[in-house]
Ligand binder design. Structure first.
Ligand SMILES: *[C@@H]1O[C@H](CO)[C@@H](O)[C@H](O)[C@H]1NC(C)=O
Ligand SMILES: *[C@@H]1O[C@H](CO)[C@@H](O)[C@H](O)[C@H]1NC(C)=O
Ligand SMILES: [Zn+2]
Length: 419
């Protein structure tokens, strides 16, 4: 199995200049395990060779595993896979090309309409847009601050409210920095709630208070723009390493599954539960308004999966069966527009055992009635580098599903609307 070679070649990504790290000739693999033996070999590879960026954990339920390899290691990866008879395709030969095509347009401050959905925006642009919305619609929109970051930034969001006495929908995205489609989709949801002429969307905007935070890991998001496109964690330093996986840091079953205590890992859970100011301060914000929240949504990529609590067990805990029924209807609505198929299940059954996540925490500690986590498009072709021409369709279908969740949740007695 020649695993030794990977130890020897283990060189961590280091960014030396002020230019973003380049991924020239780095390739994206879609590996297709077909047996438990394949999964076991891939797990060994993941443990032994940290220089491969596994976007998915090799678990028995996985249809595919996305892996990024640097050019020097492609031969090694391919011979490892071939010698173990594990199927794979290279979906992107050179991911730098995808990154170049993300063409970051700048948002023009004076014109609110220039937030478009064929482009990924910087944190600065997103925050400026939110502020413009609040300035333009002071009766209904206000800026909210959900917390702060290690580097001292604000976790800025928006509240949309058409009056007192309403129940709340809470949305967070961008806790994993490189999953750019998540903030983009959240921005689209905001845009629809503010500008749509659709009666159902207008009613949704009117009937609930919306608390929306497009980027809950601002330091990491900035780093994914200016330093390292594939950055996932926050930016707190630990010796020579950086960052905690903020979606393993919440204080529910912390460190039990798919998380670890190694700061060089992409799933480093941090030195303790809520050790990270981003997760801790946002959780305090949510706690203060918990009794208002009927629905909690968290957006990630990728895999086209709708996840519900919990990640520590496949047992159907809490209101699992209702949440599944509502979720299935919502994914039916999502597929209606473009046929995009989603899988649905609790975190442990649908992807892998993973704990310390925001949705588990709000469900267990705050007893939020409905909590869902979306893994948005796609299924292994582009992964976290989803091309900008998929922002709009992804956002539209997701918005359809959010409206359907509200509708079904009402039917099942979960959403009360204005009192
Ligand atoms: C990428 O690969 C191509 C084709 O093998 C090669 O011509 C090119 O020089 C490589 N680019 C870099 C930056 O290594
Ligand atoms: C899983 O986590 C939930 C929420 O913290 C808890 O209620 C349940 O007992 C746990 N189950 C197992 C099998 O660990
Ligand atoms: Zn994620």
């Amino acid at each position: 199995m020649a695993l030794k070679i990977f130890y020897l070649l283990s060189i961590l990504f280091v960014v030396v200049s002020s230019e973003p790290f380049r991924f020239d000739n780095y390739s994206l693999y879609k590996v297709l395990p077909k047996s438990l033996k394949d999964v076991k070999y891939l797990q060994e590879l993941q443990d032994a060779a940290p220089e491969f960026d596994f976007w998915d954990d090799p678990v028995p339920t996985a249809d595919y595993i996305n892996i990024v390899s640097k050019p020097e290691l492609k031969k090694d990866l391919e011979s490892f896979l071939a010698s173990n008879e594990i199927d794979f395709v290279i979906t992107q030969e050179n991911i730098q090309e995808l990154i170049d095509n993300e063409k970051k347009k700048t948002y023009t401050r004076s014109n609110i309409r220039t937030m478009e959905f064929d482009n990924y925006y910087t944190l600065e642009d997103i925050y400026a847009w939110l502020e413009d919305l609040a300035a333009r619609f002071p009766e209904t929109i206000s800026i909210i601050i959900g917390g702060t970051t290690y580097e001292g930034r604000e976790i800025k969001g928006i509240k949309i409210s058409h009056g007192p006495g309403r129940r709340a929908v809470f949305i967070e995205s961008g806790i994993h920095a490189r999953e750019w489609i998540a903030p983009a989709t959240t921005n689209f949801i905001i845009n629809e709630l503010v500008f749509s002429d659709d009666e159902e969307i207008k009613a949704a905007a009117r009937d609930f208070d919306w608390y929306i935070f497009p980027v809950t890991n601002p330091d990491g998001y900035i780093w994914s723009h200016v330093g390292f496109r594939l950055w996932r964690k926050n930016r707190r330093p630990f010796g020579n390493e950086f960052g905690v996986d903020l979606n393993r840091n919440w204080n529910d079953n912390w460190l039990k599954e798919s998380a670890n205590l190694n700061p060089s890992s992409n799933t480093y859970a941090g030195p303790g539960p809520f050790s990270e100011i981003e997760a801790r301060s946002l959780s305090a914000y949510i706690t203060d308004m918990a009794d208002k929240i009927d629905l909690y949504l968290s957006f990630h990529s990728s895999g086209q999966i709708l996840l519900l609590p919990f990640g520590n067990t496949t047992e159907p805990l809490a209101n699992y069966y209702d949440a599944m029924k509502i979720g299935r209807r919502a994914m039916g609505a999502l597929a209606f527009r473009y046929g995009t198929p989603y899988t649905i299940g609790n975190i442990a059954e649908a992807i892998y055992f993973a704990t310390g996540t925001s949705v588990d925490w709000v469900k267990e500690r705050l007893k939020i009635p409905l909590a869902y986590c979306y893994e948005l498009r796609d299924r292994g072709q582009y992964g976290h580098l989803l091309p900008p021409d998929q922002i709009l369709p992804t956002s539209e279908e997701t918005m359809d599903s959010v409206i359907e969740i509200l509708f079904q949740a009402k039917r099942y007695g979960y959403m009360r609307g204005p009192e």
